[in-house]
Design a protein around this ligand. Structure first.
Ligand code: S3P
Length: 175
């Protein structure tokens, strides 16, 4: 059963890329953050404020486990998903994974514009954002780097990534 998990830091482009790759390859696409918001009928930002991060992580873990029976699907995970609750083990055991890697500076530039939508970043002053991202990315790369493939972002040419996904999907991919 083919599942391709896109992992990587916030704003690295996992969701947009997932959608585009789904169109190119004909595979289905789901975004775990969207599944969360639809299931619990609340935005993630509000959820963090009301219930806190530990409860979010528990529910995120449950939603990840629910992807087990999907087939032919590209799954964009949240930036923290692989880094908690042995989720990376589940991802490795149940599909292939691609780390969408973006440098700290690019991430900071992007997140400066949109950090108010991210509960973990919204209260970080703009001049401390890059240092915060650097530290968190260093911790998280322990997990992200366990992916089967690393793709440098922003991705300008989607075709090689689409080919990788086609190879995973038809079984010709070898890690
Ligand atoms: C998070 C990333 C977010 C979302 C939540 C927590 C994180 O997803 O799951 O705000 O811990 O990095 P995106 O990576 O889609 O922004």
């Amino acid at each position: 059963m083919t599942k391709i998990y896109l992992i990587g830091y916030m704003a690295s482009g996992k969701s947009r890329l997932g959608k585009e790759l789904s169109e190119l390859t004909g595979l289905s696409f789901i975004d775990l953050d969207e599944v969360f918001e639809e299931r619990y009928r609340i935005g993630i930002l509000d959820f963090f404020e009301k219930y806190g991060e530990p409860v979010f992580r528990q529910l995120e873990h449950t939603l990840l486990l629910e992807t087990k029976d999907l087939d032919g699907t590209i799954i964009a995970t949240g930036g923290g998903t692989p880094c908690y609750d042995e989720n990376i083990r589940f991802i490795k055991d149940n599909g292939r994974s691609i780390y969408i890697r973006m440098g700290v500076h690019d991430l900071a530039e992007r997140l400066k514009q949109i950090k108010r939508q991210r509960p973990l970043l919204k209260d970080i002053p703009p001049d401390e954002l890059e240092a915060y991202i650097k530290t968190q990315l260093e911790e998280r790369e322990f997990y992200y780097l366990q992916a089967d493939r690393i793709i440098e972002a922003p991705v300008n040419d989607l075709e090689p990534v689409a080919n990788l996904i086609r190879a995973i999907s038809d079984g010709s991919f070898t890690s």
